[in-house]
Design a protein around this ligand. Structure first.
Ligand code: 9WN
Length: 438
């Protein structure tokens, strides 16, 4: 592909545009994924503000009655497990068909995206343009319902931590889930055919077969529970309080608080959102592991912490915790960006010091541009401009050399996974914005 990096990123989004929403990656992921579309909307905002809002509105149109934003809104054909597999209509909370969706959810980056679009819209017009106000107000209400769902159903004991039901709600095959998956008793599985392996150059870049069976078994259990959150909190065998998901929710609630002022929401909303932020920060503080210098997830079923060094451990930085300096030290240590073998000083998804580290496999070692974007965004928000600028520079260099890959081998910089991943193009567009360094 020729042209400047910006032109190439823009044409990747345009090629992946399915008409008002964007395929996460045309061959491997030909549907709308929830957190992908939040990053993608940020990218679109640098090309076309209305299109950026439309991206999220397409996702909001598939919101469940209980407020959940589904992890996938399906294109009529493509990915496995496809729409019918999920049987989301088993839950009374699912919307009347269409749109067909999965039954899981993903980290709530959406409010961060809407706030960023709002900021870019105001910057372009010297204030929020009147024509967009009703759309921001509608987005705000969707987001409030979404965050309310997470607080009410995914954190019923008000721990400040979000509980996930499936690895697909977090960082898929991260070693963080290994022990919880290993003790699952897998029952009779329906026969299924994986499509993901046909779309990558090397199957070792994807989860192995035993892991995939466990993913599919968990979907069977979710269906049997009719996606009923109370039932799942009571009996589901995979229940993890995910610190990365929880930290993104804290950051998203901060964004929602800012939006609440822009759309003139009632003071009672602001009090509620502020309480969620406080609760989230407290929950994360309780997951701090002094020895690792990172935050760690809690396995509800096993009743203990998951002590591993992965990018999820940087949760306090993303949540904007007061003491996130300790996490930045860890980010720059030899366990992550300070490893001399790295092609670029970007954090591997799992620390190379972990026995489970695998430099080519998905979330078990490769670096992910969207995670780099989140850390960059959090460093900037915390006033760490020089450190943020270094991360941005390295992140852009990685993509300039390797293209808009889904993820990268950390030691060689080889692009892996999908090679036209929309959210990679989107974060590049945001990084290339003139103000991104300041
Ligand atoms: C399952 C789309 C999604 C991302 C996830 C990433 C991967 C899917 C898969 O692709 O997940 O949802 O088949 O592995 O792990 O974060 O949203 O890009």
């Amino acid at each position: 592909m020729t042209g400047t990096l910006r032109e190439r990123a823009a044409s990747t989004l345009c090629r992946n545009d399915a008409g008002g929403w964007t395929m996460a990656a045309p061959a491997l992921y030909p549907h709308q994924w929830s957190w992908d579309s939040a990053f993608v909307a940020i990218g679109w905002a640098h090309l076309d503000l209305e299109r950026a809002l439309a991206e999220l509105e397409h996702l909001f149109a598939a919101q469940w009655a209980n407020g959940k934003l589904p992890h996938i809104v399906f294109n009529p054909a493509g990915h496995f497990p496809e729409a019918g597999w999920w049987e989301s209509s088993r839950s009374p909370d699912a919307p009347a068909p269409p749109p067909p969706t999965s039954g899981l959810c993903q980290p709530p980056v959406h409010a961060i995206a809407v706030e960023r679009i709002c900021m870019l819209a105001a910057r372009a017009d010297g204030g929020l343009p009147d024509r967009l106000r009703p759309r921001f107000a509608a987005a705000y209400r969707r987001l409030l319902d979404w965050h309310e769902y997470l607080a009410r159903e995914r954190d019923p004991d008000a721990s400040g931590l979000v509980t996930i039901y499936h690895p697909w709600e977090g960082l898929d095959n991260s070693p963080r889930w290994d022990e919880a998956l290993a003790v699952l008793e897998v029952g009779d599985l329906p026969s299924y055919e994986r499509r993901d392996l046909q779309e990558v150059a090397d199957p070792r870049e994807r989860p192995d077969q035993d892991t995939y069976d466990r993913y599919i078994w968990l979907v069977e259990l979710l269906k049997r529970a009719r996606y009923d959150d109370a039932e799942l909190q009571r009996a589901h065998p995979f229940l993890i309080k995910d610190v990365l998901f929880s930290a993104i929710l804290v950051a998203a609630n901060q964004a929602l608080l800012a939006l609440s002022s822009s759309v003139g929401a009632p003071a009672s909303d602001r009090l509620r959102i502020a309480a969620w932020i406080e609760r989230g920060r407290r929950g994360l503080a309780g997951c701090w592991d002094d020895e690792l210098g990172l935050c760690v997830d809690q396995d509800v079923r096993a009743g203990g912490p998951i002590r591993l060094r992965t990018v999820a451990g940087f949760a306090p930085l993303i949540a904007g915790a007061d003491d996130s300096g300790r996490v930045v030290e860890q980010l720059d240590s030899p366990s992550f960006c300070g490893d001399p073998r790295l092609r670029w000083p970007l954090p591997p998804s799992t620390s190379p010091e972990e026995p489970s580290f695998d430099r080519r496999n998905y979330w078990r070692g490769p670096t992910w541009p969207v995670i780099n974007w989140l850390l960059w965004w959090a460093l900037r928000r915390g006033g760490e401009h020089a450190r943020a600028a270094d991360l941005r520079r390295a992140g852009l260099e990685q993509v300039r050399v390797g293209g808009f890959a889904e993820y990268f081998e950390p030691f060689t910089g080889e692009p892996l996974g999908a090679d036209d991943q929309s959210w990679t193009a989107a974060v590049v567009l945001d990084w290339l914005d003139a103000d991104s360094d300041g």
